[in-house]
Design a protein around this ligand. Structure first.
Ligand SMILES: [Zn+2]
Length: 311
């Protein structure tokens, strides 16, 4: 299920979406810190939020505890596999969620740390603090809705697509707005590029192996692609991971150092070792220089330009 009722000791009660809760928790670990404070909106049985504490999940969703299925008259009861159910287009109760009309708004994440001159990505402060397990904060329904209306992470795009795909629901026509400028390593905002679209659909932003835009189209996109990974020796830069889109044209190269700290980096290593394809999401644009096609990440911050979902 994608939706559940958030029930914090019966004091706070409203409906939430799994992906929204995940994103809010990723930005502030003290919020929605417990993955067991949920219940079915129809039959009120307890639900578990799967994937909450994973920084790069393939999907996040609510599922029942095995010993407590939905009531036999619950609309969710007939679902064979809880993980594949989709609770419908809307929930009409207090804490109203209506996915059919929501436009998802993506804004640039604020990075407060300096980018170091070696080209390595600064670690964003989001996950640095060691969370005191006792620290746990609760959002009111209004605070929840104001936070969920603005998204920041590339990985959230990945989750929306994976969740929709799993539910057999098309995602391409989902209405979205992006304010993701292209920021160079000196923090200058480049005007010609960026993912900056008002009122468009997800399909106009997210490209796969089959619909890669032409190079002359000098704008950033989100590429959700299968790549071959190899480790090459570059005369100038030393060892580099090379992500090959398989069209003999689009390649993205990163030093292992540059990718340090990203979730699922071990999947890059094993894809290289086993020569298996790897599914990754990249955000940026390609351009040609001296006969080579070069990938330019949308920002210098690694979490803004690459994410690797769990298998
Ligand atoms: Zn139920």
């Amino acid at each position: 299920m994608d939706y559940a009722t958030y029930n914090e000791n019966s004091a706070t009660l409203y409906n939430v979406s799994a992906i929204d809760v995940w994103e809010i928790h990723q930005q502030d670990e003290t919020l929605f810190a417990d993955n067991q404070t949920y219940e079915c909106p129809s039959c009120k049985i307890p639900l578990l939020l799967v994937g909450l504490n994973i920084s790069s999940p393939k999907r996040v969703y609510f599922r029942t505890f095995s010993q407590k299925p939905h009531d036999s008259d619950c609309e969710e009861f007939s679902s064979v596999d809880d993980s594949s159910t989709y609770s419908g287009s809307s929930i009409e109760e207090d804490g109203l969620i209506d996915t059919s009309i929501d436009t998802l708004f993506f804004k640039q994440k604020s990075h407060t740390t300096k980018i170091d001159s070696t080209g390595n990505d600064a670690v964003t402060p989001l996950h640095q603090s060691v969370l005191n397990k006792k620290t746990k904060n609760t959002l009111t329904v209004d605070e929840y809705h104001s936070r969920r209306s603005i998204s920041v992470s590339l990985h959230r795009v990945c989750l929306i697509i994976n969740n929709a795909t799993k539910a057999g629901k098309p995602w391409g026509n989902m209405p979205v707005e992006f304010e993701w400028p292209h920021i160079d390593k000196n923090r200058n905002v480049l005007k010609y590029s960026g993912v900056q679209n008002q009122r468009t659909t997800l399909a106009n932003i997210v490209k796969n192996n089959k619909n890669i835009p032409p190079l002359s189209d000098n704008h950033d996109y989100i590429y959700y692609v299968d790549v071959h990974v190899s480790l090459i020796n570059d005369n100038q830069y030393g060892k580099l991971y090379l992500f090959d889109f398989g069209d003999n044209y689009h390649f993205a190269k990163f030093s292992p150092n540059r990718l340090k700290g990203i979730a699922n980096i071990d999947r890059i290593r094993s894809a290289e070792r086993d020569t298996t394809k790897l599914k990754i999401m990249l955000c940026g644009h390609f351009f040609k220089v001296a006969g080579n096609v070069v990938f330019s990440p949308r920002t210098p911050f690694v979490s803004d330009f690459i994410t690797i979902p769990d298998e």
